[in-house]
Ligand binder design. Structure first.
Ligand SMILES: C[S@@+](CC[C@H](N)C(=O)[O-])C[C@H]1O[C@@H](n2cnc3c(N)ncnc32)[C@H](O)[C@@H]1O
Length: 434
């Protein structure tokens, strides 16, 4: 079997170079090298741990005189993985030597890298200023720490970064047209899962701990639940609360279909959804899910929302859930920090605004509602885009006052969720009317 450190380094190299998810890259890797299939969970934990600590690990390596700057990405990640195992796990010295030997990193001696074990984080950060300290301790790029400090007090930034570096709380959404939440909770508990009903949303279950793989149990195969973050599920609850008579919905950035399927559930499948997406691959995934859960009321079309092939104006509600910097998902997907740069914020914000404008000019009438959401925490992609829509396009904000727990202090009437406050992804939701 391939050494797991080598497998992790190859996976993380691909994650960074192709800007893909760790989980997806692991599945791709296992298809090529099935020898590590049985240690998939160990590989996932090692990759997540390494990425959640990558800046700290580079500092520790530097501290013991090992520079990774001139190394190729594979060797850079291999040293990070080893450094992680030395600092946070109990890797044996002879294994360190074996991994180094097999990867031909000639200038690193096992006895040097093993010194990392004795070095404390305090020692590494002692001469750094506050921004650098936070950046190293939580392994969050310096520009992002600076960005957050512009908007939030330092103690709150620290809490947020800490939450971003912890394992995300897992939620499942019950397919209430097929099973009640009480019944599903009972069945999951019988299977040994520690689950509890969410106190805010009636179809959400919080998973406190698991000794089973949810994807392998019969309830999953039967389509009785869907793994979806609570913040993302809130979007469809907003839709049914505020646009309760919606019958005809357009979802312009729909794949893989989490919100479209949820909305169908909440409307007892008595709603028609036209689901668009520009990515053929993601549309394929969406189609498979719609088939698995038998949603015959959702029609999927591969098209660009900027020039949609759909020109009907008969929609009561348009969902706009576009690509974003995904910074609200750092706990679940820590790899986002490896490639998102500051300039991406404005690039995404411009793209999102263009989609919103295209929606207004192509498919809206004066009675159409637009429900906008992102899984990010930046102001450009959220509040600024919404304020611009109000100022430049004359849209009205519908105040989401029913959801008091999630009120956004930065723009009254919209919702914002934060991992350190709500135990969810960082999220933004706004409802507008033409
Ligand atoms: C955040 S994801 C959507 C998640 C989805 N709403 C759900 O709940 O499962 C954003 C989606 O927007 C799509 N997208 C990005 N640009 C687009 C465009 N110009 N037209 C249509 N879809 C687009 C992406 O392919 C991606 O699938």
């Amino acid at each position: 079997m391939t050494l797991i450190e080598i497998a992790c380094a190859k996976i993380l190299q691909r994650v960074e170079e192709r800007m893909i998810s760790i989980r997806g890259a692991i599945e791709d890797y296992i298809r090529i090298d099935p020898s590590v299939r049985n240690v998939r969970d160990v590989i996932l934990a090692l990759c997540l741990g390494t990425v959640r600590n990558y800046i700290l690990l580079d500092k520790l390596l530097n501290y013991v005189g090992i520079s990774i700057e001139k190394l190729d990405n594979f060797r850079k990640y291999l040293l990070r993985v080893l450094a992680y195992e030395i600092k946070f796990r109990n890797i044996q010295p002879d294994r360190v030597a074996r991994v180094l030997k097999s990867s031909k990193i000639a200038n690193v001696r096992p006895e040097d890298i093993l010194k990392i074990k004795e070095i404390t984080v305090e020692e590494v950060v002692k001469d750094l200023n506050n921004v650098e300290k936070l950046s190293v301790i939580y392994s969050i790029p310096r520009w992002l720490v600076e960005y957050l400090l512009k908007y939030f007090p330092e103690n709150e930034v620290e809490k947020m970064l800490k939450a971003f570096n912890e394992k995300a709380v897992m939620y499942i959404r019950v397919n209430i047209t097929r099973i009640s939440r009480d019944e599903l909770v009972r069945r999951l508990r019988d299977r040994g899962a520690d689950v509890i009903e969410d106190e805010d949303l009636p179809d959400i279950v919080k998973v406190r701990s698991l000794n089973i793989s949810l994807e392998k149990i019969p309830e999953y195969r039967e389509g009785l639940f869907y793994i979806q973050d609570k913040a993302s599920a809130l979007v469809s609850h907003v839709a049914v609360t505020y646009v309760s008579d919606a019958r005809n919905v357009l979802d312009v950035c729909s794949a893989p279909g989490g919100k479209a399927m949820h909305l169908s559930e909440l409307k007892n499948r008595k709603i028609h959804i036209t689901a668009l997406d520009v990515s053929y691959k993601r549309i394929e995934t969406e189609n498979n899910l719609l088939k698995k859960y038998s949603y015959y009321n959702v029609d999927v079309i591969c098209t660009n929302a900027l020039k949609p092939c759909v020109r009907s104006r008969g929609f009561d509600l348009v969902l706009v859930d576009p690509d974003c910097t995904s910074l609200g998902k750092l706990a679940h997907s820590p790899e986002v920090r490896l490639w998102i740069r500051k300039h991406h914020i404005n690039e995404y914000a411009r793209h999102q605004y263009k989609i919103l404008r295209a929606v207004i000019s192509n498919v809206c009438t004066r009675s159409t509602y637009i429900l906008y959401s992102t899984c990010t925490i930046t102001f450009e992609e959220n509040e600024h885009n919404i304020k611009k829509l109000i100022d430049e396009q004359g849209l009205e904000l519908v105040e989401l006052s029913s959801f008091s727990k999630f009120q956004n202090p930065f723009l009254k009437g919209t919702l914002r969720l934060f991992p350190h406050v709500h135990e969810t992804n960082g999220y933004f939701i706004a409802l507008l009317k033409l």
